[in-house]
Design a protein. Structure first.
Lengths: 168, 207
C-alpha cells in the first residue's frame, strides 16, 4: 500500500477513475456504442439486403443470359439453316446458269459456224461468178478477134440447121 | 410506101375491070389469061382470089382496101385482095428486095411503083413497112433473123421458105448482128431461138 502511495495511486483516485471510466463507458455506450452498433446493424441489414438483391439480380441476370444464349443458339441454328439453304439455292442457280450459258455458247457457236459457212459459200459463188465472167470475156475476145471469117460463115449455116428443127 | 403501093394496085385492078367488063362472067382460065396479060408480075398471086371471087365481093374488097390505104378503116379479115398482095410481097417481092432488083416488065402502075420504092427506100425501111402491113392484114408474128455474117440470096430464100411452111405470109427481116460473133438467132412469134456463139458463151453461167 505504501508503494502504491509513493506512486501516487490511492484508492480514492482509483475509485474515481473507475467511476469516471464507468460514466465514460456509459456515456460512450449510449452516445457512441449503441448508435454505432445500430448503424452497423442497419448496415449489415442493408448489405444483407443488397447481397440478397444482388443474388436475386444475379439469378435474374443469369436467367436472362441463359435465355439470350438460348435465343442466340436458336438464331444461330436458324441462320445456319438459312445459310445452308441459301448455299443450296446458290449452287442450284449456279448450275442452272452454267447450263444456260453452255446452251447459249453452243447456240452461238452453231450460229457462227452457220454464218461462216454461208459467207464461205457466198465467197465461193462470187469467185465462181467472177471466174466465169473472166472465162466468158476471154472466150468472146478470142472468138471475136481470132476466128477466121470462113469458120464464122460455116457456123451460120450449122446454126440454121439446128434452128430449122427447133422452129418446127 | 404502102399507100402508094395499094393505090397503084387498085389503079391496075380498076383498069383491068373497066377494060374487061365481062371479067366476072368469064371462065376461070379466061380470067387467068386476062390477069397474066394485064398484071403479069403479080398475076400468079391473085389467080386463086379472082378464080372464085364474085363482082360484089371484089368491089367490097376494093373499097375496104382504098379506105385502109387512107387509114380510115382497118383491113377486113376476109379481104382476099389484101391477102393476095401480102402473099406476093412475102414471097416474090422479098426475093427482089434481097437482090435489090426492080420487077420487070414495068408496064403496070404497080410494078412502076415497086421499082420507084426500091430506088428511093432502103432495105430496112421497106422490110419494116411490109412486115407491119402483113401483121395488120393477117396477124402474122414479127420475124427477125439475125446472123453473124451476111447471108447470100440462096440462104435467105431457104430460110424464108422454111419459115413460110409454118405460116405462109411470114416476112422475115434479115439483119447482120456482129455481136453474135458466130451462128444465128431468130425471133419468131414472141420466142427467141438462139444458136449464136454469144448466147452459148453466156450460158457458161449455168454450168
Amino acid at each position: 500500500m505504501e508503494g502504491l502511495t509513493k506512486l501516487g495511486i490511492n484508492l480514492q483516485s482509483i475509485i474515481l477513475y473507475l467511476v469516471n471510466f464507468g460514466i465514460l463507458l456509459a456515456v460512450l455506450t449510449k452516445l457512441l456504442y449503441r448508435p454505432i452498433i445500430g448503424y452497423l446493424d442497419r448496415r449489415r441489414e442493408e448489405i444483407k439486403n443488397s447481397i440478397t438483391e444482388a443474388e436475386r439480380l444475379k439469378n435474374e441476370f443469369q436467367k436472362k443470359i441463359d435465355q439470350i444464349h438460348k435465343e442466340k443458339e436458336e438464331t444461330h441454328a436458324t441462320l445456319r439453316r438459312e445459310i445452308e439453304e441459301m448455299k443450296k439455292y446458290t449452287e442450284q442457280k449456279k448450275a442452272e446458269m452454267v447450263k444456260e450459258m453452255e446452251l447459249e455458247r453452243a447456240r452461238l457457236l452453231e450460229q457462227t459456224q452457220h454464218e461462216i459457212e454461208k459467207r464461205k459459200q457466198e465467197l465461193i459463188a462470187q469467185a465462181e461468178k467472177k471466174l466465169l465472167e473472166l472465162i466468158k470475156k476471154i472466150t468472146l475476145d478470142i472468138l471475136q478477134n481470132k476466128i477466121p471469117q470462113e469458120v464464122i460463115e460455116e457456123s451460120v449455116k450449122d446454126s440454121w440447121q439446128k434452128l430449122k428443127s427447133s422452129i418446127n | 410506101m404502102l399507100k402508094a403501093l395499094l393505090s397503084s394496085l387498085i389503079k391496075d385492078l380498076l383498069k383491068l375491070l373497066s377494060g374487061h367488063k365481062d371479067f366476072f362472067a368469064a371462065s376461070a382460065s379466061a380470067r387467068e389469061k386476062i390477069l397474066e396479060s394485064e398484071i403479069p408480075e403479080i398475076a400468079a398471086y391473085f389467080q386463086d382470089y379472082f378464080k372464085e371471087a364474085e363482082g360484089k365481093k371484089v368491089l367490097k374488097d376494093l373499097k375496104n382496101a382504098i379506105l385502109f390505104a387512107q387509114k380510115k378503116e382497118p383491113p377486113e379479115g376476109s379481104n382476099g385482095l389484101l391477102k393476095s398482095l401480102a402473099d406476093y410481097l412475102s414471097k416474090k417481092f422479098a426475093l427482089l428486095l434481097d437482090e435489090k432488083k426492080a420487077p420487070t416488065p414495068k408496064k403496070s402502075h404497080f410494078t412502076k411503083t415497086l421499082a420507084h420504092i426500091l430506088n428511093i427506100m432502103d432495105y430496112r425501111e421497106i422490110s419494116q413497112e411490109i412486115e407491119n402491113f402483113i401483121h395488120e392484114i393477117a396477124a402474122v408474128p414479127y420475124t427477125l433473123v439475125q446472123s453473124a455474117t451476111h447471108l447470100d440470096l440462096r440462104e435467105k430464100n431457104l430460110i424464108r421458105q422454111e419459115l413460110q411452111k409454118k405460116e405462109s405470109l411470114i416476112f422475115p427481116i434479115f439483119q447482120v448482128n456482129r455481136s453474135l460473133i458466130g451462128g444465128m438467132r431468130i425471133f419468131l412469134a414472141g420466142k427467141t431461138h438462139d444458136e449464136s456463139w454469144f448466147y452459148k458463151v453466156n450460158r457458161l453461167n449455168q454450168l
